[in-house]
Design a binder for this molecule. Structure first.
Ligand SMILES: Nc1ncnc2c1ncn2[C@@H]1O[C@H](COP(=O)(O)OP(=O)(O)OP(=O)(O)O)[C@@H](O)[C@H]1O
Length: 197
C-alpha cells in the first residue's frame, strides 16, 4: 500500500482547495466526508440503524438521509452524538482503510478528513498535513461559502480540536491565511518534499 499522508484542518480552512492542488499533481485523494456519505447511502444497514433509532422521519422521500436534521439532533444532545459516532466511526474507518489499501503505484496518497485528529482515523496515516488559518478567517470563509451564521460556524469549530492542539500534532503546515495562489505554491513545494522523503 502506498504511504498515506493525512490532510486536515478545521471548517473552512481550505482542505478541499489544498486537496484539489494535490490531485492536479496526480496524487490520489480519499475524501473521508465522501466515505461518511457513502456508508449511509439508501438501502445501507447504517441508514436503517439510524432510522430505527432516530425515527423514519430522518429519511427523505428520495430515500436519502436528511443530514441537516440529523446534525441538528446530535449537536443539541451529547448522548445522541455518542450513539451516532459509535455506529458510524468504525464503519467509516474500515471503508477508508479498504480504499487506501487499493493504492499501490503512488509515491504517496492523501486522506482528506476534517476529523482526522479527533477520531481513530489518525491511526491510518503515516504523517499529518494541517491546513492552518486563524479562527476569524475560518468564520469569514465558512459563513460566506455555506450561508452559515457566525454562531453556526463557531458551534462547529467548538466541536473540533483547537488550532493549537492541531498545530502540535502536525508534521507539515500549509498556511492558508493568504491568497489562493500562495496555497497552491505551498502545496507544490510540499509535494516535492514528500517525493524526496
Ligand atoms: N486562500 C484563500 N483565500 C480566499 N478564499 C479561500 C482561500 N482558500 C479557500 N478559500 C475559500 O474558503 C472556503 C473554504 O475552503 P475549502 O472548502 O477548501 O475548505 P475546507 O477546509 O475543505 O472546508 P470544510 O471542512 O468546511 O468543507 C471556500 O469557499 C474556498 O473557496
Amino acid at each position: 500500500m502506498s504511504r498515506v499522508i493525512g490532510l486536515t484542518g478545521g471548517i473552512g480552512s481550505g482542505k478541499s482547495s489544498a486537496a484539489a492542488h494535490f490531485r492536479a499533481l496526480g496524487i490520489r485523494v480519499t475524501d473521508a466526508d465522501q466515505v461518511a456519505r457513502q456508508v449511509v447511502q439508501p438501502g445501507s444497514p447504517a441508514l436503517q440503524a439510524i432510522a430505527d433509532h432516530f425515527g423514519e422521519a430522518l429519511i427523505q422521500s428520495d430515500g436519502q438521509l436528511d443530514r441537516a436534521a440529523l446534525r441538528a439532533i446530535v449537536f443539541a444532545d451529547t448522548a445522541e452524538k455518542h450513539f451516532l459516532e459509535t455506529l458510524l466511526h468504525p464503519l467509516i474507518r474500515t471503508t477508508i482503510a479498504e480504499t487506501l489499501a487499493q493504492a499501490h503505484d503512488q509515491p504517496y496518497q492523501l486522506l482528506e478528513s476534517p476529523l482526522l485528529l479527533e477520531t481513530d482515523q489518525k491511526a491510518l496515516v503515516d504523517a499529518v498535513i494541517l491546513v492552518d488559518v486563524s479562527p476569524d478567517t475560518q468564520i469569514a470563509r465558512a459563513s460566506r461559502r455555506d450561508n452559515n451564521t457566525k454562531a453556526q460556524v463557531e458551534a462547529i469549530m467548538a466541536s473540533q480540536m483547537s488550532r493549537a492542539d492541531k498545530l502540535a500534532l502536525a508534521d507539515f503546515v500549509l498556511d492558508n491565511e493568504g491568497k489562493p495562489e500562495q496555497l497552491k505554491q505551498q502545496v507544490e513545494a510540499l509535494h516535492l518534499k514528500l517525493l524526496a522523503s
